[in-house]
Design a protein around this ligand. Structure first.
Ligand code: PRT
Ligand code: ZN
Length: 210
């Protein structure tokens, strides 16, 4: 029987819940921090531990059959994959925010302004849809400090509790997208018997949690 591969985040916000979900599905595997691949002993499955940013492309290209990743990362990479199951963890919202004293109050006010983000693709699509012309400044992290440093007029970033925005003197003014962790699969894989079985197991774990 062919061994399937599932890609999950190696470390970070989705790692623990992804491992827990697979274990709750009755899958038995070692979870060493140092290893990048783990074999499931009681199901024909290998687990690949990756940076979350790499997961959508691995699945699209068929290097992995399945993946667990945030919807935001899927949208940002623009891949063509099947959404197999929403997983209910890793929930967050991508928002536009400005300094509390800013004169920017709505998205129309962003015309001619600059916005710092680590999600330029999602932001560009949103700005285009709303016919806003703003400059996108792509930075890889610590986006919240950009307005204070004079690098941008606004930011576009992930928010969950809002604590980080607040402690950096920022306030959100528009919501662009909601996101949660999702099980994705290579296109066309959804009817393969092992995939169907795995999705059924995941769904019963999720139902038991309700
Ligand atoms: O190393 P790797 O590349 O794999 O991980 P990463 O550092 O890129 O991502 P990671 O582990 O931080 O997040 C993985 C996924 O978790 C994201 O892609 C989202 O789908 C989801 N998620 C859920 C979040 C948050 N909540 C979140 N709060 N990702 C990031 N944050 C950040 C946010 O950007 C902010 O700077 O956490 C900070 C605190 O948020 P507040 O609002 O709770 O203060
Ligand atoms: Zn990442």
């Amino acid at each position: 029987m062919k061994t399937l591969k599932i890609a999950i985040q190696k470390s970070g916000r989705l790692n623990e819940k992804s491992v827990e979900l697979l274990k709750n599905c009755g899958l038995s595997f070692e979870n060493y921090k140092s290893s990048l691949i783990s074999n499931v002993s009681n199901f024909p499955l290998e687990i690949l531990f990756l940076r979350d940013d790499d997961i959508p492309e691995y699945v699209q290209d068929g290097i992995a059959d399945l993946g667990i990743v945030g919807e935001n990362v899927i949208s940002e990479t623009g891949v063509d994959v099947s959404f197999l199951q929403m997983l209910g963890f890793g929930k967050c919202t991508l928002k536009l925010a400005v300094q509390t004293h800013s004169t920017i109050e709505n998205i129309a006010d962003l015309n001619g302004k600059s916005i710092a983000t680590s999600y330029p693709v999602i932001l560009k699509n949103f700005l285009d849809d709303n016919k806003i012309k703003a400059e996108i400044r792509t930075i890889s992290g610590s986006v919240e400090i950009a307005p204070g440093l004079g690098l941008s007029d606004a930011i576009f970033d992930i928010v969950s509790t809002g604590g980080t925005l607040k402690s950096n003197g920022l306030k959100p003014f528009a919501e662009v997208m909601k996101s949660e962790a999702v099980l994705i699969g290579r296109k066309g894989i959804e009817n393969e018997p092992l995939i169907v079985e795995l999705i059924q197991r995941i769904q019963s774990v999720l139902r038991a949690k309700e």
